[in-house]
Every structure is written in C-alpha cells, then in structure tokens.
Design a protein around this ligand. Structure first.
Ligand SMILES: [Mg+2]
Length: 361
C-alpha cells in the first residue's frame, strides 16, 4: 500500500470559547485526509488551533512531500522521519504531525477491518465519561447545565474555573449543590500564577470533594506544579499542552501530576501516547487522554482509551452535538458509560455534509 495524496479541510463553527488564561477563541479544526493506492482513506482532525490556515499549509507544503509514496503501515518510521525533518523541535507543528499519525492508523484499521484499540492491544469496551463544559459560566448557569448533563446520563462533570478564588468557590459550591453523588472535576486552564493561591484552590476543591484539579498553574511551570502536587490534598492533573515522549518523561520524573492527559491529536499520535501511557503505568500514574473539540477528536482518543489499562475516564466535550460533525455521537448510556467504537479504524463516520456546511477552506 502506498500513500497517493493528502488533503486538508478547514472548518469553523459558530461557537467561541472562553476558559482559563486564554483569550476568547473560535471553535475551528482542520481535517487531514490521507489517500492510498488501494482506495482506503484515513481522516483525522486537529484540535482547535490559533491558525488553522498555517496548520493546513504546513500539512500540504511540508508534510505531504514526506508522506507521498510511503507505506502507511510503516507509521513509526514515518513519525521518526518527520520528527527528524523538524530538527526534533516538538515535531514542527505538533497538532499537524499528530493527526497525520492518527490518519495513518485510520487507514491501518480500515485495511485490517479492526478498530484501532484492538490493534494497539485492546483493554476495554466501554469507559465512564465526564461531561467537560466548554465555557466559563456563572454559578446558577453551571448548576443548570450540570442538571442537563445528568439528565443525559453523565455521573461526572468538569467545570471551568480560574476567575478568582472567591468566584471559583461559588462555582464549585453551586455544582456540588446539585448532587452529593456527582463526581466533579475542575479545570483552571493555567489561570493561577503562584503555588500559594493554587494551594488555597486545592483546599477549596477538597472541601467540596472534587475529584481532581486540572492545570491550576501555567502548564510550562512544571517545577511549581510539582511543588503544588507534593503539598495538595487533591490530585493535580494536566498534560494536554505537553508533547512527545521526552517531555512526558520529564513530567513523570519530576512528579508533576497524579494523572497525565496526553492527547493523541496533539502529543504525537497513538504510538507516542502508548509509550507515554506505559511510562506512567510503570510508576502508578494514570493516563487519561485529553479530549476537546469536534467529534473526530473524541473518536481518536476514545480508541486510545480502549487500549490503556491505566485510563478510567473519557472526557466528553459538552458541545452541541450538531457540532460533533460525526454520524455517531458517542453519548453516554444511563450508567454514564460510552462505548469504544467497534467499526474499523477510528470507528466513527464523519458527517461530510455537516463538515462542508462549516468549511472555510
Ligand atoms: Mg484541560
């Protein structure tokens, strides 16, 4: 089998997002489709990006010449070649190189008529999901949205915080008020800037029986995160903004997180996250892939989750399902579990009609 073409499709849906330390940003993504001489195509999707046009141009001008003529089954060799081409500087554009790897696995799975998790060494057929809210909300809105999520089957929610200790406590309190049994995660998206405040935040989380505190400090500040983790009474988690095996080795060696969150669409693809997950497993750290964005990102990471023995959760972006842009919606059952798709490759079909509706390039 040989790769014959690579195409990109950029979409933007009418949703903007405001969380943590980040300015408001648009919900966008780039689909990367790899075609082969055997008529089997693989498609994967990038995470929201600051510039999808730059990303799509990078795929078509820099990565396409490397990929043409290659055998998609030599996926590790292709990844190494790209890594070396980019002077090992975080894979050039990590999101672009990661989704190329994911698209290759989509081809491999379709070619072998198996879902990717079974080719990586299957571990589970379903996983508990938590509804991951996309926006900052006021306490009352948060409580109402939590009720909507629970009506849909979710037994756990993740809320966005990071305004101030006082406002954050009001948000957490409002959600805890909805149900004493609800599992609650909180994500500050790097909003706080010092260990002292982050420790006060951890104490607030403990008071309301919060499951984990995610990215309370800038994700690059791993020494401060490590100090925080050693003193915090709630688990500290993160890793969505970290890329590749060397970075995660450093994170694990410095005991930065109780749970790491590499994302296959950002952190190098399946083989990289398999290795990262294995390193974490060897020292008793959980590996719960990050998921944020349209449906194909959830599909890609859900296949990884299906193969990881140290992953106990799926992050389910609480997005209007019409913006999933996929035919299957990966919704939870009444027990709060989402099934790992069993169809070949990513196991989820893209809704090209919806994709074309929001296509901007
Ligand atoms: Mg997060």
């Amino acid at each position: 089998m040989k790769i014959t073409d690579i195409q990109t499709t950029v979409v933007k849906v009418p949703v903007s997002i405001k969380i943590g330390a980040m300015p408001r940003f648009a919900a966008t993504g780039t689909f990367v489709t790899i075609r082969t001489d055997e008529g089997i195509d693989g498609t994967a999707l990038t995470h929201f990006s600051f510039s999808d046009i730059a990303l799509a141009t990078y795929v078509e001008s820099a990565l396409k010449p490397v990929l043409l003529g290659q055998d998609p089954f030599l996926v590790e060799a292709i990844s190494k070649t790209i890594y070396n081409y980019t002077n090992r500087i975080m894979f050039g554009i990590p999101q672009a190189t990661s989704v190329v790897e994911v698209a290759l696995w989509d081809i491999i799975g379709k070619s072998l008529h198996k879902p990717i998790h079974k080719l990586l060494g299957g571990h589970k057929e379903k996983v508990p999901a938590y509804a991951s809210f996309l926006f900052w909300m006021l306490p009352m809105q948060l409580a109402n949205t939590t009720k909507v999520a629970m009506d849909q089957g979710f037994k756990a929610v993740k809320i966005r915080i990071g305004k101030s200790l006082k406002e954050d406590e009001e948000c957490i309190k409002a959600v805890r008020g909805v149900s004493p049994d609800l599992r609650i995660m909180v994500d500050a998206n790097s909003a706080y800037d010092n260990v002292k405040d982050a420790l006060k935040l951890a104490d607030i989380c403990s008071k309301y029986d919060v499951e984990w505190l995610e990215e309370p400090l800038p994700s690059d500040n791993i020494d401060s995160l490590s100090e925080l983790r050693s003193r915090s009474c709630v688990p500290i988690v993160g890793g969505e903004n970290d890329f590749g095996v060397y970075r995660f080795r450093e994170i694990l060696e410095k005991k930065v997180y109780d749970i790491i969150q590499p994302d296959v669409t950002r952190s190098g693809g399946y083989i990289a996250v398999r290795k990262i997950g294995g390193m974490a497993e060897s020292i008793g750290v959980k590996c719960v892939p990050h998921i944020f964005g349209f449906g194909l990102i959830a599909a890609a990471n859900l296949q990884m989750i299906g193969a990881l023995s140290n992953c106990e959760w799926m992050e389910s972006p609480f997005f209007p399902r019409e913006f999933y842009l996929t035919k299957q919606l990966m919704t939870p059952d009444r027990e709060g579990f989402v099934e790992i798709p069993q169809e070949p490759g990513l196991g989820i079909e893209l809704d090209w009609k919806a994709v074309n509706k929001y296509k901007i390039r």
